[in-house]
Design a binder for this molecule. Structure first.
Ligand SMILES: Nc1ncnc2c1ncn2[C@@H]1O[C@H](COP(=O)(O)OP(=O)(O)OP(=O)(O)O)[C@@H](O)[C@H]1O
Ligand SMILES: [Mg+2]
Length: 187
């Protein structure tokens, strides 16, 4: 959890599930205990800004780390930059091997920044490598129908969605932005 240590550690302590639509396929306890990792399941945390997606992804990552699992947390754009850099430096194989040792890959802010074509292909490769071997958590505010805008290529987009959603739970976050409702400016 390299980036998390630089950022802010969040846990489920005090976390409210009130405005989240959680499918019956995943009990809240399996989120809190990161149990979905044992089943190599994925999570797609979808909803508008400030509704707690990154917080939940982080909290699951922290719980998994506490259980000794290997977790990598990235902004998706940072992961893609790392992949592009590794390819340029001739180290892509090494980086993919490192990623293959993870139990959980968290891709935060999926689709917030457009990718270049090579980046999109490399991200596909990572998702394909994870398929049925390890869990991925994605946080996004982009509905599936708009993912084509990130990956350009319709076939690539369908292939990514297909792999991600096969063993996956979609959590829909609602309500108002916590940032806005808890803003010090409002106070
Ligand atoms: N359900 C919640 N319970 C407690 N705190 C929350 C909850 N949701 C959000 N917060 C707090 O509100 C702030 C914003 O949450 P977070 O960063 O997770 O939003 P986000 O959905 O990832 O937004 P964005 O799409 O802009 O990245 C954080 O400080 C977070 O700890
Ligand atoms: Mg976020």
């Amino acid at each position: 959890m390299k980036e998390l240590i630089k950022d802010v550690i969040k846990t489920f302590h005090g976390y409210s599930f009130d405005h989240i639509e959680i499918p019956t396929s995943i009990p809240i306890d399996d989120l809190k205990t990161a149990k979905l990792l044992e089943r190599k399941e994925n999570l797609i945390l979808y909803g508008p800004v400030g509704t707690g997606k990154t917080h939940m992804a982080t909290a699951i990552g922290v719980e998994a780390c506490n259980q000794g699992k290997k977790v990598r947390f990235n902004r998706t754009s940072a992961l893609v930059n790392d992949l592009n850099d590794a390819k340029t430096a001739g180290n892509l194989g090494k980086m993919l091997k490192q990623l293959s040792k993870l139990d959980l890959l968290i891709c935060d802010e999926w689709g917030y920044i457009p990718l270049d074509r090579q980046g999109a292909q490399l991200l596909f490769q990572v998702v394909a490598d994870c398929y049925e071997k390890r869990s991925i958590i994605i946080t996004t505010n982009l509905e599936f129908s708009k993912w084509n805008g990130i990956f350009y290529d319709e076939k690539l987009t369908s292939a990514i969605i297909d792999r991600l959603i096969h063993h996956s739970h979609l959590l829909v976050f609602g309500g108002q932005s916590y940032r806005l409702t808890h803003s010090t400016i409002r106070k």
